[in-house]
Design a protein around this ligand. Structure first.
Ligand code: IPE
Ligand code: IPE
Ligand code: MG
Length: 255
């Protein structure tokens, strides 16, 4: 059954050209909380509330793939109480939201390593992926204990373990060995909170992604902000190192 809040018709304010795959670095939860005199974990909780709204907006806008950066391989370096709190939040979100996500047609994937998570959390993640695997409305990749470099290291280890020969290693083969195998590369990567860096997110897959940065902290990044990002994306020229058709004309005639 579909969530009633999700509108089926394409909203009028939506641009013609929309990305197939959006990836988001959900940053700024801590600063959002501190600016309100709240503990950082309150910011992470507010961030998960916001995630629900953004997922609904993505479904409404017809986005097919959404990848969210929830916990990086470097985030283990934070104080133990925060790390523990983030693990608890993921667990709570699965407990609370899994049925609703399933009802909305969301297919959950995990990207990253499960090995450092508690046995209980690992079981919950595996169950959530299995439970939603036949859904087709939106693929939601949750990057949790994810690092772009780690992903490439794991891919190389697996290729070697599979006995791949040097000449078999191609761009396509590497893509197939990444956690995102089968998922098209992100068209648009959004980072909230004003930081202008990639922080080890989708470093292979993002080779030709368009980037969108906003100073808004993640808990405040709402449907309207997402629309703004989509409108800007619609105006970008994606050249992939080539030329736009008009430029090609000029090049030919000049020669
Ligand atoms: C992003 O918010 C969430 C995670 C990294 C888990 P932060 O916790 O990085 O918030 P800031 O950047 O400190 O404000
Ligand atoms: C990136 O944010 C990771 C997530 C949003 C999960 P960080 O806050 O960890 O990144 P840096 O430290 O500012 O680069
Ligand atoms: Mg941060």
């Amino acid at each position: 059954m579909l969530n009633k809040r999700v509108n089926q018709s394409k909203p009028e304010e939506l641009p013609e050209k929309i990305p197939t795959h959006i990836a988001i670095i959900m940053d700024g939860n801590g600063r959002w909380a501190i600016s309100r005199g709240l503990p950082r974990l309150a910011g992470h909780r507010a961030g998960t509330e916001n995630l629900r709204r953004v997922i609904e907006a993505c479904i409404e806008f017809g986005i097919k793939y959404l990848t969210i950066y929830a916990f990086s391989t470097e985030n283990w370096g934070r104080p133990p109480a925060e790390v523990h709190g983030l693990m608890r939040i993921l667990e709570d979100v699965i407990d609370r939201e899994l049925q609703e996500l399933h009802d909305q047609g969301v297919q959950l994937h995990h990207i990253g390593r499960l090995d450092r998570l508690s046995k209980n959390l690992r079981k919950k993640v595996i169950h959530a992926v299995e439970f939603t695997k036949r859904n087709t409305r939106l693929v939601l990749n949750v990057a949790f204990n994810y690092g772009g470099r780690d992903e490439i290291v794991v891919a190389i280890q697996r290729m070697i373990a599979d006995g791949m020969k040097a000449e078999q290693v191609t761009d396509e083969l590497v893509s197939q060995y990444l956690f995102t195998a089968g998922v098209p590369d992100p068209d648009l990567i959004i980072r909230t909170s004003g930081e202008l860096r990639g922080s080890n997110f989708l470093i292979w897959q993002g080779a030709y992604s368009e980037w969108y940065f906003t100073p808004t902290f993640w808990p405040d990044f709402d449907r309207e902000e997402l629309l703004r990002a989509l409108r800007e994306y619609a105006h970008r020229d994606r050249r992939y190192g080539g030329l736009m058709p008009l430029q090609e004309d000029t090049a030919t005639h000049a020669g």
